[in-house]
Design a protein around this ligand. Sequence first.
Ligand SMILES: NC(=O)c1ccc[n+]([C@@H]2O[C@H](COP(=O)([O-])OP(=O)(O)OC[C@H]3O[C@@H](n4cnc5c(N)ncnc54)[C@H](O)[C@@H]3O)[C@@H](O)[C@H]2O)c1
Length: 278
Amino acid sequence: MKIGVLGSGIMGNGIAQVSATYGNEVVLVDLTEEALTKAREAMVKSLEKLSKKDNTVQMSEIINRVSFTTDKQQLKNADIVIEAIIENIEAKREVFKELDSLCEEHTILASNTSSLTISDMVAVTNRSDRVCGLHFFNPVPLMNLVEITCTENTSSETLQTVEKFVAELQKESILVRDTPLFVVNRLLVPMICEAISLVDEGTASVADIDKGMKLGANHPIGPLWLADMIGLDTLLNIQEALYIKTNDSKYRVPELLRTMVAAGELGRKSGKGFYNYS
Ligand SMILES: NC(=O)c1ccc[n+]([C@@H]2O[C@H](COP(=O)([O-])OP(=O)(O)OC[C@H]3O[C@@H](n4cnc5c(N)ncnc54)[C@H](O)[C@@H]3O)[C@@H](O)[C@H]2O)c1
C-alpha cells in the first residue's frame, strides 16, 4: 500500500519506519526540511539499533521506501494518510480539511491523536465513512498495540482495511469507541495522577509508591518513573483534556503536577521530575 504520514516527530517517524519495514511505500511529510533531516537521522539510528538485535532488518531497503518531503501533494493517491502532527485541535482540523480536498476518493484519513476525539476532525471532511483513529504507542517500533477508533460513520470497509494494515505491521489492535483517551490512556493517565496525589498528600515516598506498584501490582515500572518518561507537561495536557471533556471531578489535575510543570520539572527530558537525571 501507499501510506502517507503527516508530521515527522517522535510518532510520525516511528509510524513511517514501521510501515516501510513491512513493505509499504511511505510518504513522510513535515513543514520544514530541518524537521525531515532530523527525522531521517532518527530513523537511521533506530534501524541501526534494531539491526544489531535482528540481522534480517534490511536498513537501506526500508529507508529507500520512505520519501521525506514538505510537499503534501505527494499524499494525493495514498491508500491511508495517518496524521501525527502536534496535539492541537485547530491545527488538526486544518490539516484534515486540506487532506480531504487533496486526496483521492479512496484515501482513508486517520489520526494518531492521544487526547482528542476523532469526531472533532471528521466534522471538517466530506468522507466521514473513511475517517478513523489509529493510535500507535511510543516507541512505535517496539510497542505492539494500536487502538483503532471508529466513529458512528466509519464504514466496515474502512475498518477492515485498517485492521489488515495494522496486522501486516505485526501489531495487535483493539477496537475502541470514539471516547476521550480511548482505553489505555483512560486507565493509565488517571492512575499516574493518583500516584502524584499520593506524593502530594505525603502518603509514601516516590520510591516506595513505585516499589509498591512494581511488587504489588506486577507493573514493570512504577507510575512515577513512567510519568518522568512520558513527560509531565504531556501528562498535564492529557489529564486536563479528560477533565474538560468529562467534567468529572475524579479527573482533576493534581496541584503538584501543575507546580512541577510550571517550575520546568518535566521529567527525563528536562533532567528533573520525580527523579533526578543529571
Ligand atoms: N509522544 C507520544 O508518546 C505519543 C503517543 C501516542 C500518540 N501521540 C500523538 O501523536 C501526535 C504527534 O505527537 P509527537 O509526540 O510525535 O509530536 P512531535 O512534536 O514530536 O511531532 C510533531 C511534528 O508535526 C510537525 N507538524 C506540525 N504541524 C504540521 C503540519 N501542519 N503539517 C505537517 N507537519 C506538521 C512538527 O513540525 C513536528 O515535527 C500527537 O497527536 C500526539 O498526541 C503521541
